[in-house]
Design a protein around this ligand. Structure first.
Ligand SMILES: O=P(O)(O)OC[C@H]1O[C@](O)(CO)[C@@H](O)[C@@H]1O
Length: 531
């Protein structure tokens, strides 16, 4: 069965939302809170160790009802069923979308998934306990993950986020084709105690293969046997073998797992090496629990559905172009970058599921940085700028190392959402000497929306749930927008042109491009090696 193909703007719910938007677009959240002291009860979801407070949004009970009507009218329930039942919902690539299968309970695992997890477990345990050694007989101390996009961002994010669970292995990530950074890393490492993992679903990605060439050469120059030091994760086993990776060193993945949804698969090998396989399983378990919540919970209490609908509300009715994600913990520094791929590669589409150009906005722009750093960088614009940036604030009640400093961090976390919502208008007392002169500059109007995502502690399990939450939020949005969220044709053309230009640069013969590109290429060639 293929997905329902509805233009969302042609639904009754969309028309009702449009009318409702005109009625409440200028309503102040401050007033809604004043009118209803129990507003928080209406707009929060408690689930496992998550508390989602979405009361500080420009919504009323009717907004939520209408957004849910939109989800129902576009057939979201059927869409969720199609996703988890393995229908071919990635129609443009003729593929199922089954990242949820990677983290399902043991009794429901497919043979493929179970076998790959076993292979990972055995490998991780042997590397960590030192029984599997490098070719000179020394135990491994370092691991390099070479991959890009989904073969880098997810594993890197999780490895960094769970640094408190790390063992003695140091894991490094190489993604960009930046020889300067590669040389820096090589200088730091001993080849004989380094394991190199090439992660590429296609095993044809230019950046990854070019970087892998350099590290393969490095192993050989150090008289090491690649059969001990080189492993691969790929769905293209033949190509990995062709590249020179021993068959038993190849970890399979499958075409039904999109790159940006693949950290749960063998693509997470570097993470499992860093935190141990048991912790990796806890991560999968956390994601599975969020899957169950997403599949089984009525929309009104369904975290990914509510977050997605709020995002649609701002994107399509208020026309706010971007949204921010601000995690109040350094270990989630990578979260915005990771979400940029998940959200923008999935939903940055302008053709609907019927092949028509869309006549409404789709993919939101996601960005962010950790709090409190972001407060001292761009929050000025959040509070007083002309743009509205709906923001997810992500914080943890309990840090890994409890201290008073955490209260200070969290005081900032709570203060920001309060300030964004209330502003200072009306309760600003003119007491300072310079008040009269600067009062206008010191006021801010508030009414700026945010979600507060408060989680007990950053653990493998809660992290798994958090990331699965954003995956499902992205799915819901793409579904409602009637686009295909699981292909990424938009990134292909640049790759083709890069290959052509690479050949031209080698031959020092620049073909006719547009005058800007030709000018740049000739300038580059002329000045290359000049100093
Ligand atoms: O794992 P591969 O095949 O090397 O692809 C890497 C990345 O390239 C893309 O195909 C396009 O950027 C991503 O979707 C993917 O995560």
């Amino acid at each position: 069965m293929s997905l329902l193909k509805n233009n969302p703007t042609e639904t009754q719910a969309w028309q009702k939302l449009k009318k409702h938007f005109y009625e409440i677009q200028f309503v102040k959240m401050q007033e809604l809170f004043a009118q209803n002291p129990n507003r928080i009860r209406e707009f929060n979801i408690r689930w496992n160790d998550f508390l989602i407070d979405f009361s500080k949004n420009r919504i009323t009970a009717e907004t939520i009802n209408l957004l849910i009507e939109l989800a129902e009218e576009t057939g979201l329930k059927t869409g969720i069923d199609a996703l988890v039942n393995g229908e071919i919902i990635n129609e443009t690539e003729n593929r199922k979308v089954l990242h949820t299968d990677l983290r399902t309970s043991k009794d429901k695992q497919t043979d493929d998934v179970a076998a790959a997890l076993k292979q990972m477990q055995h490998f991780c345990e042997s590397i960590i306990n030192g029984t599997l050694k490098g070719s000179t007989g020394k135990a491994f101390t370092d691991v390099i993950n070479i991959g890009i996009g989904g073969s880098d961002l997810g594993p890197k994010l999780v490895t960094e986020a769970l640094a408190d669970y790390k063992n003695h292995l140091n894991v490094h990530y190489i993604s960009n084709i930046d020889n300067d950074s590669i040389q820096c890393l090589k200088k730091k490492l001993q080849a004989e105690t380094t394991l190199v993992i090439i992660v590429s679903k296609s095993f044809t990605t230019l950046e990854t293969i070019s970087n892998a060439d350099i590290f393969k050469e490095w192993l050989l120059q150090n008289n090491l046997k690649t059969s001990y030091h080189l492993v691969a994760v790929s769905s293209n086993i033949a190509e990995a073998v062709n590249y020179g990776v021993e068959q038993q060193n190849i970890f399979p993945m499958w075409d039904y797992v999109g790159g940006r949804y693949s950290l749960w698969s063998t693509v997470g090998l570097s993470t499992a090496l860093s935190i141990g396989f048991d912790r990796f399983e806890e991560l999968l378990h956390g994601a599975h629990q969020m899957d169950e919540h997403f599949i089984n919970t009525p929309f009104k209490q369904n975290i990914p559905v509510i977050l997605a609908l709020l995002s649609v509300w701002y994107n399509n009715f208020f026309c706010f172009e971007t949204e921010a994600v601000i995690p109040y913990v350094d270990k989630l520094k990578m979260l915005p970058a990771y979400l940029q791929q998940v959200v923008m590669e999935s939903n940055g589409k302008n053709t609907d599921r019927q092949g028509n150009p869309v006549n409404y906005e789709t993919g939101t722009i996601v960005w962010g940085e950790v709090g409190t750093n972001s407060q001292h960088a761009f929050f000025q614009l959040f509070h007083q700028g002309t743009k509205m940036i709906p923001t997810d604030f992500i914080g943890f009640v309990n840090p890994y190392f409890p201290s008073d400093l955490h209260d200070l961090l969290m005081a900032n976390f709570f203060a920001q959402t309060e300030a964004l919502m209330n502003g200072k208008e009306g309760n600003y007392h003119h007491t300072d000497e310079d008040t009269d002169k600067n009062a206008k500059y010191k006021e801010f109007k508030g009414n700026r929306p945010s979600n507060t995502i408060l989680i007990d502690k950053l653990t493998p399990k809660s992290l798994g749930s958090l990331l699965a939450m954003y995956e499902h939020k992205t799915f819901v949005q793409g579904f409602i927008w009637n686009i295909y969220s699981f292909d990424q044709f938009g990134v292909e053309y640049g790759k083709v042109l890069a290959n052509n230009i690479k050949a031209e640069l080698k031959e020092k013969h620049i073909k006719q491009h547009d005058c800007s590109t030709s000018f740049l290429l000739n300038y580059y060639l002329k000045n290359k090696n000049a100093n």
